[in-house]
Design a protein around this ligand. Sequence first.
Ligand code: GLA
Length: 682
Amino acid sequence: MRSMGIGIVAGAMALRAAAGTVSLETLDLKLMSGGWGRAIANQAVTTNPLSIGGKAYDRGIGTHAPSQWVLALDGKAAEFRAEVGVDAQVKPGQPGSVEFLVIAGETEIWRSGVMKAGQPAKSVRVPLAGVKQLILEVSDAGDGRSHDHADWAAAEIDFAGEPPKAIAAPAVPEEEAVILTPPAPKSPRIHGPKVYGARPGKPFLYRIPATGERPMVFAAGGLPAGLDLDPQGGIVRGTTPPRGDHKVTFTARNAHGTAERTFTIVAGDTLALTPPMGWNHWYTHYNRITDATMREAADVMISSGMADHGYQYVNIDDCWMNAPAVGKYQRDPKRIGAERRPDGTIQPNTYFPDMKGLADFIHAKGLKAGLYTSPGPLTCAGFGGALGHEAQDAKTFADWGYDFLKYDWCSYGRIAASGSPTDPAIPAWDKGPPTLAGYQYPFRKMGELLKRQDRDIVFNLCQYGMGEVWRWGAEVGGHSWRTTGDLGLERASRLPGFYSIGLRNAQLHEFARPGAWNDPDYILIGWYGNAHGLREPEKAPLTPNESYSYMSMWSLMAAPLFFSGDMSKLDAFTVNVLCNPEVIEVNQDVLGKQARIVRQTDTELVLAKPLEDGSVAVGLFALGRGRQTIAVSWKELGVAGPRRVRDVWRCADAGTADGEWKADVPRHGVSFVRLVPGGARP
Ligand code: GLA
């Protein structure tokens, strides 16, 4: 307590109802959380002297993002002051970047903006009258925590009355995992997209997604020649009819009733007319994936009801092929060996003894099979890539029967930089900065090869958004493209990582359209693996409301819906989040529009997606620290007149609204509604 001139312990009693200035490093720093090391008084987190932008400080606090500290005040404190920045121990050019936040109760009262190494300190000086809780936070500024050494130098509070006290951060309120999705009725309901793109003359496979009690009998009116329906399984197979729109009427009948739905097969050049839906192994099984696990996932896609809601692709990610050598992710000798057979064919590892048999198994259920490789010599996990064998691999994948390819940049970076003797046409960057042609080359090449195959293969570009892939992904043959880095590696600051990934993806709304989707990575709810330790599955660190927000955001963003959690640990709550027919209907809408951002602040996000029937799907997302009322006006939405409000998660009407829609939204939750122009819901 500097101005009091007395020691903190001896003076504690004497300070009551006094006034003075407290140097914050004298308070309990054990209660300050941090992403590395521990918060320390009068030193940087590395124990070096405190220094920001060349200026040394003799007092203050060194911490590491993400960091949080909660101080209890009595409402009579006058002012908080500090000098903040990245500690000088981090050198310019190193990745350290942080953002300092000062929060009074639930309201953010100061934010530093992103600060990097070498930058001079920023001064913060904020009044505290009436404030009872002050939170000092440092976020990783969205790029991970590496080198995020953060200093609150010369941090102090002028108080009058009770001196400030550090307290334990309040625990996140317990939330009950309420299941909002009503159980599917026993009578049949047909789900899934209303349009489906396929190429004339190629193999056709479609399992009609339908809920309701089995046995169920299916029929398809107007089915074009060349296609057959299995009436028990509801699976349409055969050869895609000639170019044009073929309108089919599906019916499903059981002991409780009949359902009907029209379905248009658009025979042409465009696949994925609605966002692809399925499961991908990566975030649960990593380098432990086996043929048996893939088959189990296909079984569960049926038994859990996911397929009855439109989930279709069962996709193998990395690590199915041989790795040439031991490495970080490939230590298992059963996955190490020759990358190719003598004839050059790619060699799956011993856990995948029969790639064609696996695809056949998946197809027998009416589902589709997906695969992964890299245009580089190695995949991201160090397994054999496609470089120099692209044409052969495309043909092998098609011959095996795969319907989806994720093509992951990974080690191609080296090739892009310096070229490759196997393909002199590769535009190398060694004489300059990366070029658009260089980014596009490997994808265009594979895109063209896939088009030449005798089956439809949906092409997912995985290169994390480089060269603004959303502007050209479709042109090089892609049907979807990852817009960001790996969601599973995104380190949360105040909000879970899916928000920052989702918010970046949300900016790109104008680029999504039928056959061309922005891909913000997979849905990580329920149980999944651990991206860093490659450990066994654990429960997603999300509250129930955050899980609802995640799925709502992906639905509104017309994102591909790929669950990547553990199919063997699907609980009722997770299935309820994944399998809500009205949430999926918004995602699969025929217009193929991605929601635009109507409003985005630190505490609110409003997304709006126009739908085919003239309604608009709206998500009001609460990003603040507690329950919030969020409103959106018709003016902001560009609509007029009264609207029927459909509560999408509850699949129930919620009255009518005119002029605005306003909702009381729980912490990190969402109000997801469909505003339907007058008249009954179709
Ligand atoms: C990259 C991709 C992930 C996953 C891994 C596999 O990190 O972005 O989605 O495919 O590679 O190694």
